[in-house]
Design a binder for this molecule. Structure first.
Ligand code: GLN
Ligand code: ZN
Length: 752
């Protein structure tokens, strides 16, 4: 049996030029047939294997391809298909896409975040009717496909316990034995086909787990490692530290354990003293699989060397699948060379792993030189990163305890005098539907068909239209509609110093959807006002207050690739300072209500409870640094779009925004009780209109929700608004829904 040596835990699959995205969308639109889609998929698999094998990796993963999502693949593999999709009577492929995207009147499976990344998976539905059976053959077929091309791969499977934990369904953990039978059968087939190693991903165990869940893990791997005919088993945990799962796994007869030494470096210290590692392969994830910086190879090599004496075999790898980074830095032609010199995308990370693997195997002086040089290059790159002493000094000089000078009660009074808004004041969350014309204007500007002045004219025309539209509907606090924003993070990234952008740095978010995150590489500062022109233009058109609209520091970080040479909190404060300056300029220009969106506050929440306080401290601190300079008469709003915020509820209170708008329509206003329970006493706008669907909520439906709201919170603190921005909605449904919302607010007001 060959050792793993050097490997990666997974690879991007959307295609270096997003070939899969295009083929999928053509297939869904009925423009190509299944065989043409399958051919594109096969080409991508073949070129990935060829590339990885040629790069010199000792072990190449397979089954990392997916038409949509690896969790959905696993559900299909074991026949966990809810009856409503079977009833559609479609082919296997179309049943799969129906689960992913919905079909006719049948909605899709729920989509949710993959741990703390920006990838989203489909949540399998398990229940008493679920009868697992190995009905699929994807891992075996792909293993054989690669083998026929001369590449002996290591099939990657989602592990059974993580699969169950990521699914929904009461008592799903009780299905473990039945599911293990299917895994056992699959492992037998893979062994029969010739697979030497199989990787089983169990990232659910880098989060806090109950004893029962740990017991299920033990049960699973005792059973699978005890099979008479099986490949060697590598269990992978990534995005953090395996914690108590580490000794559990080490105590089973699995052959290898992959650990993430980037997100959970401390695990390296525990391995030597953990029983069971002496005869196991440890796959050391020392190359960051989810960020795009070059690895300090000399530091990574020493980290590996630490483990050498205490484990059976040592292999080098990425910390997690490379799914979360773009394909190839070589495809970037317009990056600043100093920034590019600091970067490594998937292709380059594979090379880093290969060099490290070779260096660990033989003490070749040439290789050692290469490692040292790489380490020096990384350190030099960091030293040369953009530094802004003014920003650093300013942050240091601002009071460490960032708070508004006036207490809330005083602010509320001044603000109420300023606008005299009614109780249940109506507003929206910021964006209005992005019309074809708006998108065309942006494309024309990019292509040089439209100059800056021409573009600004188009945006002003759109802003005017949106203002008139809102006046006509009768909203109380208006917005400019955000037509100038392609994306709420990219827009600010492009205007701030310290960010860079790629041409091809696409990363899969879900299915065929990809994002191109900005790269935050140096000290951040604001060169000039970013939103003042648009907001003041909007305000000049109306006597109603227009709300300024900014993206908060945590969200800007969450949706970017962020420098890793300093703590995230330091970077967040720099973004916050830029926003603080923007808020001062907006206020000076007469914009008295300013919203700072933090939809990602919960997204970045650490997977383990013990790490959460430190995170929330800097996250909340950066928000307060951004907003605490505002005078009492400036009303600060924040917006968070999720309703289950149990773990961040205190932090939401800690933001000390004058008004918090949150998602609430789907959870029927329950969030208000949660807020009341912790003593939240400022303004709140529980969303009464679920913007995730084109459905128009009726006036009476929203009336009921608002009535529930005023039962939980005094009416003068309640706002009436949708759950989130309206960017993805159409105008017809938006108009109908907002008219109903305004009518509902009036009705509830009349009965106060
Ligand atoms: N202001 C943003 C919008 O309306 C907020 C988006 C969000 O919360 N994701 O589009
Ligand atoms: Zn939102």
């Amino acid at each position: 049996m060959s050792p793993i040596g050097s490997t990666v835990l997974g690879y991007p699959r959307i295609g270096p030029r997003r070939e899969l995205k295009r083929a999928l969308e053509e297939y869904w639109a009925g423009e190509i047939e299944a065989p043409a889609l399958r051919a594109v998929a096969r080409d991508l698999r073949v070129s990935t294997w060829a590339e990885l094998a040629a790069s010199g990796l000792d072990s190449v993963p397979s089954n990392t391809f997916s038409y949509y999502d690896q969790v959905l693949d696993t559900a299909m593999l074991f026949d966990a298909i809810p009856q409503r999709y079977r009833d559609l009577g479609l082919t296997g492929l179309d049943t799969y896409f129906a689960m992913a995207r919905g079909r006719d009147s049948v909605g899709a499976l729920e989509l949710t975040k993959w741990f703390d990344t920006n990838y989203h998976y489909l949540v399998p539905e398990l229940g008493p009717d679920t009868k697992f059976a190995l009905t699929g053959d994807k891992p075996v077929a792909e293993y054989l496909e690669a083998k026929s091309l001369g590449v002996d791969t290591r099939p990657v499977l989602l592990g059974p316990v993580t699969f169950l934990l990521l699914s929904k369904g009461e008592g799903r953990l009780e299905l473990i034995d039945e599911l293990l039978e299917c895994y056992a059968e699959l492992l037998g087939l893979l062994a029969g086909a010739g697979a030497q190693w199989v990787q089983l991903d169990e990232p659910a165990f880098v989060a806090d787990r109950t004893d029962e869940e740990l017991a299920a893990l033990r049960r699973a791997y005792d059973k699978l490692s005890g099979l008479p005919q099986r490949p060697k088993l590598l269990v992978a945990g990534y995005f953090g530290d395996f914690g108590p799962a580490l000794p559990v796994l080490a105590d089973t007869a699995v052959d290898g354990i992959a650990v993430d030494l980037v997100a959970g470096p401390n695990v390296a210290e525990r391995i030597p003293s953990t029983l069971g590692f002496r005869d196991k392969t440890v796959v050391a994830g020392v190359v960051d699989g989810r960020n795009i910086w070059r690895t300090d190879l000399s530091a990574a090599a020493s980290r590996c060397a630490q483990l050498l004496g205490s484990v059976g075999e040592l292999a080098v790898s990425t910390s997690c699948s490379l799914l979360h980074v773009p394909y190839d830095l070589a495809a970037e032609k317009s990056l600043d060379p100093d920034v590019a010199a600091r970067l490594a995308f998937a292709r380059q990370k594979v090379d880093e792993v290969v060099v490290l693997g070779k260096a660990l195997k033989r003490n070749d002086p040439m290789l050692v030189k290469e490692l040292v040089a790489a380490g020096e290059a990384v350190r030099k790159g960091v030293e040369q990163a953009r530094r802004d002493e003014r920003v650093r000094a300013e942050i240091a000089s601002l009071r460490p305890e960032h708070r508004r000078r006036a207490p809330y009660a005083e602010r509320a009074e001044v603000q109420s005098g300023r606008w005299g808004l009614p109780p249940l004041a109506t507003t929206t969350i910021g964006s209005f539907p992005q019309t074809g014309e708006v998108r065309k204007a942006r494309a024309d500007l990019r292509a040089g068909r439209l100059d800056g002045a021409g573009y600004a004219d188009r945006m002003r025309a759109e802003i005017e239209r949106v203002i008139r539209f809102q006046e006509d509907i009768g909203l109380d606090v208006l917005v400019h509609g955000e037509p100038e924003r392609n994306d709420m993070v990219q827009y600010f990234g492009e205007l701030l110093d310290g960010f860079a952008f790629t041409d091809n740095g696409w990363v899969q978010s879900y299915g065929s959807r990809c994002v191109r995150p900005p790269i935050l590489h140096g000290d951040v500062s604001r060169a000039a006002p970013m939103t003042v022109e648009w907001s003041t233009y909007a305000q000049s058109l109306t006597t109603k207050p227009v709300k300024g609209m900014l993206t908060g520091p945590v969200t800007i970080l969450a949706w970017s690739f962020v420098r890793d040479d300093q703590p995230l909190g330091v970077t967040a404060d720099q973004v916050a300072l830029a926003l603080r300056e923007e808020i001062a300029d907006l206020a000076a220009a007469g914009i008295g209500i300013i919203q700072v969106d933090e939809p990602a506050l919960r997204e970045l929440l650490p997977l383990r409870a013990e790490d959460r306080k430190a995170y929330l401290d800097w996250a909340v601190g950066s928000f307060r640094l951004a907003t605490s300079g505002a005078a009492a008469a400036t009303q600060i709003h924040t917006h968070l779009c999720y309703s289950e915020f149990g773990d961040v509820i205190e932090a939401i209170d800690g933001l000390e925004a004058d008004v918090t708008t949150i998602e609430a329509a789907r959870s029927k206003m329950e969030v208000l009780d949660d807020l009341a329970a912790i003593g939240y006493s400022r303004g709140v706008g529980p969303g009464v209109y679920d913007i995730h669907s084109p459905r128009v909520p009726s006036e009476s439906e929203m009336t009921e929700l608002l009535q529930a709201a005023v039962r939980a919170v005094p009416a003068k603190r309640v706002w009436a608004n949708p759950d989130c921005g309206l960017k993805t909605r159409g105008y017809a449904e938006t108009e109908a829904a907002l008219r109903n919302l305004v009518a509902a607010a009036k009705k509830v007001r009349a009965h106060l």
